[in-house]
Design a protein around this ligand. Structure first.
Ligand code: SF4
Ligand SMILES: [Zn+2]
Length: 144
């Protein structure tokens, strides 16, 4: 008999006979190149900010929680690979607190990225040049 059980973190456990396989469903972390690069950029900025402002070698609990939140938002971003930079987005799916935290991180770490992560910094500068696509419209209900 095959049993499936899903977990809050977006993973799925498949049990068949004596075998158990855990499958990550991609809802807690993006899986496509553009979105992964964006997450890496944000993680690099947060690492700079956290080390300088929160004083540890690894991310503090609150920065770690913010990165987990951002990864989930990116994983379900409705724009997918065409996503604009979040600052230009017309949806703004972040909660107000998380949005402010990311802004603070970017203000601090943005100017420091060029030396430490030049390629990620360049990618982010280029992303900012593209206009934001319009909000994806809700699926239309078929006329009866
Ligand atoms: S703020 Fe906009 S672009 Fe950024 S993850 Fe949310 S929906 Fe996507
Ligand atoms: Zn921190």
């Amino acid at each position: 008999m095959i049993r499936l059980s899903s977990h809050a973190g977006g993973s799925l456990t498949i049990r068949a006979m004596e075998t158990e396989i855990e499958v990550r469903c991609g809802r807690d972390r993006p899986t496509t190149p553009r979105l992964l690069r964006e997450l890496r950029t944000l993680e690099a900025m947060t690492a700079i900010f956290c080390r300088d402002r929160h004083g540890g070698e690894v991310l503090c609990e609150s920065c770690e929680a913010l990165m987990a939140y951002a990864a989930k938002r990116l994983a379900v971003c409705p724009f997918g690979e065409d996503k604009p930079v979040c600052a230009k987005c017309q949806i703004h799916c972040y909660g107000p607190r998380q949005r402010e935290e990311v802004r603070t991180i970017m203000r601090y770490a943005g100017p420091r990225m060029t030396l430490r992560h030049p390629l990620l910094a360049l990618g982010h500068v280029l992303d900012k040049r593209y206009p934001a696509p319009p909000k994806p419209s809700a699926p239309r209900v078929r006329d009866r």
